[in-house]
Design a protein around this ligand. Structure first.
Ligand code: SME
Length: 167
């Protein structure tokens, strides 16, 4: 069966993510490795970063963790703000094909055209999220969503093995 270059790329990157996951000693190492891998290998993933939820803060806040790409002004995001807040508070992946048409969008870079944010769960609770911005409109198709959701799942599973780290 013929495969497209995009499908081949996703398969290669998914295999690299599996390797990273088995080689990383901590969730922290895994998140750092995923940010670097996706940013380097997926050419339309122009900013890749993790936000972790400080659920006991008053009010709870998403705090920027490992990321690759330009520095963002949004290092702390409340749950009622942005695409990031929407994904964390709903516990659902949010894909925005055209950020200029989404009133929730908090601008990171003028070049950003589309975005995906995937929540990370530990024992059923949102503990953070994986956020990716692209300079291309509608950069995140179903296959990309599956890859990013897989990365978020691996991080959640690793955090479950590190009690006390996930809050
Ligand atoms: N665009 C995000 C803010 C984070 S930056 O993309 C890195 C949002 O709307 O929540």
């Amino acid at each position: 069966m013929e495969t497209s270059p995009q499908a081949d790329k996703l398969t290669t990157v998914r295999a690299a993510v599996e390797r990273l996951s088995s080689e990383s000693r901590t969730a922290d190492q895994l998140m750092s490795g995923i940010a670097t891998l996706l940013h380097e290998q997926m050419l339309k993933y122009n900013w890749v970063g993790f936000y972790m939820l400080e659920r006991h803060a008053q009010p709870p806040v998403l705090v920027l963790g490992h990321f690759q790409g330009a520095m963002t002004p949004h290092t702390r995001i409340h749950l009622h703000q942005g695409i990031c807040g929407a994904a964390a508070s709903s516990g659902r992946t949010v894909v925005v094909d055209d950020v200029s048409k989404d009133s929730r969008y908090l601008a990171c870079s003028l070049e950003t055209k589309s975005e995906i944010v995937v929540p990370i769960f530990v024992h059923g609770e949102v503990v953070g999220e994986l956020d990716i911005d692209s300079h291309f409109p509608a950069a995140f198709a179903a296959d990309d969503q599956h890859l990013v959701e897989h990365c978020a799942r691996l991080v959640g599973q690793r955090l479950e093995m590190e009690p006390g780290k996930a809050n």
